[in-house]
Design a protein around this ligand. Structure first.
Ligand code: FAD
Length: 559
């Protein structure tokens, strides 16, 4: 029987270690909060309420812990800097996943905390240990007001963060998530009401934090958890400042598949291959920042990104640049037929049209970029063999990585890297236009035909007409008729188990890396960018074929 969902998510390798530490800490804080409330003799009055008050205190402490923790994975700039040093300890690239785990935990403990408090308030009203009604505590005291306010914000944030809503209306997710600012204010001020006290009336004072610690007990956690909040706020201010540094959109190219390539000049922007950035076009929206992978190499004199027009922002940008969806549709149809219209653009599928901004009264729009973020591809140079796999739009990071490898190859500075296998899995033929010129260049520049192998897969079902076209054009041709590369396109989905199996075999036999020492383990790093289902299949193949002589590692980039 295969591995169950529970085994995979909770009981394997690093996940098990994570779960033991993560949930262990949560239960520790819950127990500590419960214990410090229950054993505090100064709180004998409140403790007469029993389990509910101990539960609310324990869950409250867990929530304070989570309130500090949830912002840490969002400190993108700090993570980028510390990533190389902490990667051995935990996967820093999984920051969004971690953010989500903390969010799930907060949802659970909020329910525990709120339910326990509702019981507390009803019992206060029933027993009259304080002369207050439950409703008064709920709606007139700081703890009750901030608590309800935070619950409302959580409901908005959690519902709009659901992947279905996020995919349909990213703006709803994006703007609602900024309510987190008010949520954090709520968490830091939740205790100002002095609900937990040893006096009959709250001992409120006029100066910050507006309650006296002589009678108001506990709730000092905000002094610790405010730091991630300060750091996050500092990062946002720094990002704003950095994004305002001189930036110019110097060129826009449109590839036949419809992808727009923006070339931006920003001298202060430093990055490494494989990273991504946020772009803003203030003319279209002064609030929206959209992430795109950097497709240029650090050695290039510009920063480039390739944009597919899929929704409001990207289509509006296309329209603004004069290559809106209708122009793209015409180009895509032409490319599908393999008969590019000469009046739209000239040349082969790999060519592009440069937008001539001088003919437009508006010129090119102003842009701002923020970043870089994400994992640099420098790890590639630490393995002997790099397997780079891009699926669809996921090919973008590899444009930069392949160019960077090429620049380093020219300088004779490849580190331990001896061979590169590049896989590009594409659904339809026009998409090949994207990086075909780049791949052609890289392929042509190879002195050693074995250093870089390009494997292109077309997964789309092929019609009879197209099949004929391919057959006629392919016969005896030096270049593949679809990609114009020397490598032949393969049709259908790649069988990863077989591919990795064969790879393992040839490495072990010594044919793949001649001269490598057989007693050493060959390090083969896989770098993948694309959909989750494919990632799973590739990872399984890596794990299955790893052995004492060949170590297949797997890393993926999320879009
Ligand atoms: C790390 C990363 C790298 C990316 N690199 C590329 C690239 O090289 N080329 C490319 O064409 N696309 C890339 N994308 C996707 C690109 O960000 C979205 O296509 C773009 O933001 C769509 O915006 P829209 O308003 O036109 O479309 P919408 O219809 O609003 O959204 C289409 C899809 O994009 C997502 N999306 C929308 N806005 C954002 C945002 N601000 N942040 C994250 N996701 C968003 C939505 O959830 C939805 O799934 C990348 C995304 C990520 C997260």
């Amino acid at each position: 029987m295969g591995e169950t969902w529970f085994q995979r998510e909770f009981l394997t390798g690093r996940r098990l270690a994570f779960n033991v530490i993560f949930y262990g800490l949560h239960f520790f804080f819950f127990g500590y909060g419960w214990h410090s409330q229950a054993t505090n003799t100064r709180l004998a009055g409140l403790n007469s309420l029993g389990f509910s008050v101990w539960t609310s205190r324990g869950a409250g402490l867990v929530l304070a812990f989570d309130g500090g923790l949830i912002l840490i994975p969002m400190l993108r700039n700090i993570i980028r800097v510390v990533r190389p040093k902490v990667q051995f300890l935990f996967p820093a690239d999984e920051n969004i996943w971690f953010h989500r785990q903390v969010a799930y935990s907060m949802a659970f403990w909020s329910m525990v905390h709120t339910t326990a408090h509702y019981v507390n308030f009803i019992n206060v009203e029933r027993t009259q240990i304080r002369k207050q009604s439950a409703q008064m505590i709920h709606y007139t005291q700081p703890g009750g007001i901030t608590g309800h306010f935070m619950l409302l914000i959580m409901m908005l944030i959690y519902t709009t963060a659901h992947h279905k809503i996020r995919n349909q209306c990213f703006e709803a997710f994006w703007y609602t998530h900024h309510l987190a600012f008010f949520f954090m204010i709520g968490i830091y001020t939740h205790a100002t009401g002095c609900f937990v006290r040893d006096s009959v009336n709250p001992d409120l004072i006029a100066t910050f934090p507006f309650y006296s610690t002589r009678h108001c007990l506990g709730y000092l956690s905000w002094r610790f958890i405010i730091w991630p909040g300060i750091l996050y706020f500092g990062e946002r201010v720094y990002r704003e400042y950095r994004a305002r540094r001189a930036t110019r959109l110097s060129k826009v190219l449109v590839h036949p598949s419809g992808a727009m390539e923006l070339r931006i000049v920003k001298p202060s922007f430093k990055y490494t291959a494989g990273q991504w950035l946020f772009i803003q076009v203030p003319e279209l929206s002064s609030f929206q920042w959209h992430p795109f992978t950097i497709t240029s190499a650090p050695e290039d004199p510009y920063v480039s990104i390739h944009i597919r027009q899929v929704g409001d922002f990207t289509k509006a940008l296309g329209d603004r640049l004069g290559v809106g969806p209708s122009v793209v549709a015409a180009m895509t149809t032409a490319a599908m037929k393999g008969s590019e219209r000469k009046d739209v653009y000239t040349g082969s599928r790999g060519d592009f049209v440069e937008i001539d901004s001088s003919t437009s009264a508006l010129g090119l729009p102003a842009v701002r970029i923020d970043g870089p973020y994400g994992a640099p591809a420098e790890d590639v140079f630490n393995c002997e063999v790099a397997i780079l796999i891009g699926a669809g739009i996921g090919v973008t990071p590899f444009a930069s990585i392949l160019k960077h490898i090429w620049y380093r190859q020219k300088k004779g500075n490849l580190g331990t890297l001896r061979r590169v296998e590049f896989f590009w899995v594409c659904r339809d033929a026009p998409s090949f236009g994207w990086f075909q010129s780049l791949l052609q260049e890289v392929e042509a520049a190879q002195a050693d035909p074995n250093f870089l192998r390009i494997n292109v897969y077309l997964t789309q079902k092929i019609g009879e007409d197209m099949l004929w076209n391919i057959a006629v054009n392919d016969a005896g041709a030096e270049y593949d008729p679809l990609t114009l590369l020397r490598t032949r396109t393969m049709f259908g989905r790649p069988d990863w188990m077989t591919i990795y199996g064969r790879m393992h075999q040839v490495i072990e036999s010594g044919q793949y890396l001649p001269g490598s020492k057989s007693q050493l383990k060959t390090k083969v790093g896989t770098y993948f960018c694309g959909p989750g289902v494919l990632a799973k299949a590739i990872k399984e193949a890596c794990v299955h074929h790893s052995s004492s002589s060949v170590d297949f590692s797997f890393a993926k980039e999320h879009f």
